[in-house]
Structure formats: structure tokens, C-alpha cells
Design a protein around this ligand. Structure first.
Ligand code: GLU
Length: 499
């Protein structure tokens, strides 16, 4: 048994979508907690900002963590605790500091403080320090920052960070209505929950000297600190929810696998060594050390994440791949109807798709030709592949050859036929198959054509080629035969059918 087992915490505020930066902090904490039998990861929801909190954000945090593999089903997980349930403890801590003389009441308004200072950027001037005010209406409680200093934060990632006390004002720890401020609540909770390591984002570093002073004033040894580097986009700007895709849920919805996401997030500021990057969680977990985290900002490279995800997708068994694709294939959300969807057909096409998609959501445009009555209409693909001079003769030749009932409907034979049809027209296979591909799947890119045709079947393939021929003719001649039949010579206002 470890003598002082590690107790870390993840303390998100439920004020928005769960951020990839939060996910990385959670994973680093989780790795440390899991390295010891008695190690604990405490989830504390910091929900004291009632105006900005929503229960669905809390639910989102819990679900996102579970998706990453961090959940109450693991004995290293403790909580969730809710900061709002500890309001009494926060008040007690404020009172304790007041009673010890480490905090004092102050009735200065902001205007009064500013009027006394030449430089409005300077903080509070300590006016009430020695006035001995009792608690009362309009009086906030301020922490008495000790003379002298500095406070040295010993950060596992950044080393010694010194904060001169002259730069720390006597900060408010409880408002005039008695409600404690976040800076105190956060410390009181960490003390109450026995936290001995705080690993969190760099944006909290400026709060740390204040919190360390509070820990000491409340009679406890401060925890070990580690402030993780900021995560930046390709322009080296800090990821922002207004500009960048930061919600973990967005990645989940696009079809990133949690194991790929976990792997990638672990590399934002840390590396397992030996130039290894793709490494499953089980191998990373025992290697992770917070002191090995780099202090410089970490680039969130979505392209790299996609590549990771592709690798993880290819590593799944076909059975597992099919299972993971199901949420995207469900006719409730997919573009096809319940009657048209056939899981056996999907199972047959799955290995082809598995080697090509980078995210699971891409499965839909790759296989929709099998489950839609007609291929999708993608104008770009159409105009690219359907140049009348080559497409019309190619489609005609393909149709003729593929209609031959003695033809074996399997990829090699289909390929040979299209190759031969192209050869007669002086077209290389790539050029020859493009109009057929667009006729059949609607798109210029997709799964290997001959396997696709095999799965689609002769009848549907021929019908689609025919439909494309008709459309081509209509575009060339101006009027589609079907349309021409359906429209009278002139409409009610005398409009011509082709207008
Ligand atoms: N609730 C804070 C936040 O979501 C975290 C505070 C901490 O980790 O100490 O940013």
C-alpha cells in the first residue's frame, strides 16, 4: 500500500460544452490516479456560478468523461461532488480566516478605492486592513496578504514560479452578502477532499499564489501544483470556443473513436518516449509522469488526430467496426429508409469502407448508394465525370457489356469489361470508370468501383446507368424525354416546357 496515496481532482464548471482541453486535464489526472491502487480521481462539479450553470452541461461532463473511459464504475473514481453542496464549509473557512486575523472586513466601494489611487490599474490599497471592522451590511471579507513574500509556487511543469506579494492585492474571499468567492471555495473543497496534487490548465496559474496562501492560512500543506500548457490552433492562438472546434462532443459526433481521441489528447504536451505516438491507453497510463509534461503550448492538429483515428479504425475487427458504425447507419439519422437498409449488405461492404474512412461519419457517403433508391445528386461530381463526348459513349458501351447475361457478376469480370469498353474508346481505366461511378454512386470518389457494382447487383447497376444516359441526353438536347411527355406544349402562361 502506498503511504500517501495520490488524490487528484478534476473540477470543471458546468458552463458550456465539454472542451478538449478539459478532456486532456482529466486524462492526465486519471492516469496518475490509476497508477496507484489507492489513487483517487475526484470529480467535483464547480457549480457555484448559478447564473451560468445548466444541469445539461453537468450531464455532458459526466457523459464525456465516461466516453473517455473515466467513470464511476472504476474504483479509482470518486464523486461526483457538487461544489454547491459545500457552501457551509466555504463559509466556515471564511469565518476561520477572519477569526484568526488572516482576513478583515472592508466597506470600500470600487470608486473610493480608485479615487485613492493614482494608478487605476493597481488593486486594493489595504485601506481597511487595520480599521477592525466587524461583519456587517456592505462589508466584504478580504484576505490579508502577508507582508514580505514572495510566494513561491513549485510547479511540476514550470519549476519555481515566484509571485511578489506587492503584486497580490488583499483579495476578496467573501462578498458583502457573505457568499464566499470561487478562489476560496476551490481551496476549501480541495482541503475537504484531501487533494494532494492539482493538475489543471495554465490559465489558473495566476490564482495559484492566492490559493497557496489560503491553504497555508487554513493550516494545511498545499498540494503539488502542475499547470498544463495551453492548447493552440494552427495559428498558434489559444483554442477558443468561438473560433475553434473545441467541444469533445463534436468529435464524438463526427465519428472519432474514444481510444484514438484519448491517445491523441495524451500527446498534447506529453510524449511516451521512443518516438512512439500511437499507443493504447493501457500502455500510456503507467508511463505518464506530470514532470515530463512540456511547458510550451501544445498544437491541436486535427489532421493528425484524423490520421490517428484512421489507424484506430483500421485496427478494429470488422465485427467491431460494424458495431461502432451503427449509430450513423440508423435510418433515424441516416439518409435512407428503414426498408432499404440491409445490415448484411453493410457487413459485406464494411471491410472496403473500413480501410478508407478516417472518421466513422464518413461511412454514410461511402455506402449510401447501396441503400438509397437513387444515387445522390452531387453536381460537382456530375459535371466533372459526365463530359458528353466521353461519358455518353462510355455509358452506352458499359451498359451493353454489363447487360450480357453470360457475364459473371464479380469484380474481376466487371473490371475487364469496363477496361475493354474504355480501350475501344481510347480511354484509360480511370477515365473510363468515372462516368460509371457517378452514374451508380453519384460521386467521383468512393469505394472501389467493381466491388461496389458487385454489391449493388446487375439490375440496379443497369438501371442507374440508363438513368444517367437519359439525364445526359436531356442535358444535351435540352428536354428529357420523360419531361417532354409530361409537359403540355405550352403551360397556362404559355411558358415553353424547357424554361
Ligand atoms: N472550475 C475551474 C474551471 O473549470 C477549475 C478550477 C481548478 O481546476 O482549480 O476552470
Amino acid at each position: 500500500m502506498t503511504e500517501n496515496p495520490i488524490r487528484v481532482r478534476f473540477a470543471p464548471s458546468p458552463t458550456g460544452m465539454f472542451h478538449v482541453g478539459g478532456a486532456r486535464s482529466a486524462l492526465f489526472n486519471w492516469a496518475l490516479a490509476r497508477q496507484q491502487d489507492e489513487g483517487r480521481f475526484v470529480l467535483r462539479i464547480e457549480d457555484t456560478d448559478a447564473a451560468r450553470n445548466k444541469p445539461e452541461w453537468t450531464e455532458g461532463i459526466i457523459q464525456a468523461l465516461a466516453w473517455l473511459g473515466i467513470s464511476a464504475s472504476d474504483p479509482h473514481f470518486e464523486g461526483p461532488y457538487f461544489q454547491s453542496d459545500y457552501a457551509g464549509k466555504h463559509r466556515e473557512s471564511a469565518e476561520q480566516l477572519y477569526k484568526q486575523g488572516r482576513a478583515y472586513y472592508c466597506d470600500c466601494t470600487r470608486e473610493q478605492v480608485q479615487a485613492r489611487r493614482d494608478n487605476p490599474n493597481l488593486g486594493y490599497d489595504g485601506f481597511c486592513r487595520d480599521r477592525g471592522l466587524e461583519p456587517g451590511p456592505g462589508r466584504a471579507l478580504r484576505f490579508r496578504v502577508p507582508e514580505g513574500g514572495p510566494t513561491v509556487v513549485d510547479d511540476a511543469i514550470r519549476g519555481r514560479v515566484e509571485f511578489d506579494h506587492a503584486s497580490i492585492e488583499d483579495f476578496v474571499i467573501a462578498r458583502a452578502d457573505g457568499s464566499p468567492l470561487f478562489v476560496l471555495a476551490n481551496v476549501a473543497d480541495d482541503i475537504e477532499m484531501g487533494i494532494n496534487q492539482v493538475i489543471r490548465g495554465e490559465e489558473h496559474l495566476s490564482n495559484t499564489p492566492k490559493q497557496q496562501l489560503l491553504w497555508e492560512a487554513l493550516g494545511h500543506t498545499p498540494p503539488g501544483w502542475a499547470h498544463l500548457p495551453v492548447i493552440v490552433n494552427e495559428k498558434r492562438q489559444k483554442l477558443s470556443k468561438r473560433r475553434d472546434k473545441v467541444a469533445l462532443e463534436s468529435y464524438q459526433q463526427e465519428g472519432y473513436l474514444p481510444e484514438a481521441m484519448v491517445n491523441y489528447l495524451m500527446l498534447l504536451g506529453w510524449a511516451p518516449g521512443d518516438d512512439r505516438e500511437i499507443m493504447p491507453w493501457a500502455e500510456m497510463e503507467p508511463l505518464f509522469a506530470v514532470s515530463d509534461v512540456n511547458s510550451s503550448s501544445a498544437f491541436f492538429d486535427e489532421k493528425k488526430l484524423r490520421a490517428f483515428n484512421g489507424e484506430y479504425i483500421r485496427g478494429l475487427s470488422v465485427e467491431e467496426f460494424v458495431r461502432r458504425c451503427r449509430p450513423w447507419l440508423d435510418p433515424e439519422v441516416a439518409p435512407w429508409s428503414e426498408e432499404n437498409y440491409d445490415e448484411d449488405v453493410f457487413r459485406a461492404v464494411a471491410p472496403l469502407a473500413q480501410s478508407r474512412v478516417a472518421v466513422l461519419g464518413e461511412i454514410v457517403p461511402n455506402v449510401d448508394f447501396l441503400f438509397l433508391d437513387e444515387p445522390v445528386d452531387d453536381p460537382k461530381s456530375w459535371s466533372k465525370a459526365m463530359k458528353p463526348e466521353t461519358a455518353a459513349p462510355m455509358l452506352a458501351a458499359a451498359r451493353e457489356r454489363l447487360a450480357d447475361p453470360s457475364l459473371d457478376w464479380e469484380p474481376d469480370a466487371l473490371r475487364a469489361e469496363l477496361e475493354a469498353a474504355g480501350f475501344d474508346l481510347g480511354l484509360k481505366l480511370g477515365k473510363a470508370q468515372a462516368p460509371v461511378r457517378v452514374a451508380v454512386t453519384g460521386r467521383t470518389v468512393g469505394l472501389p468501383l467493381f466491388e461496389s457494382l458487385e454489391l449493388l447487383g446487375r439490375e440496379r447497376t443497369l438501371l442507374r446507368i440508363e438513368a444517367a444516359q437519359e439525364r445526359l441526353r436531356a442535358e444535351q438536347g435540352g428536354v428529357a424525354p420523360a419531361e417532354a411527355d409530361a409537359v403540355p406544349d405550352s403551360g397556362p402562361e404559355g411558358t415553353a416546357a424547357t424554361e
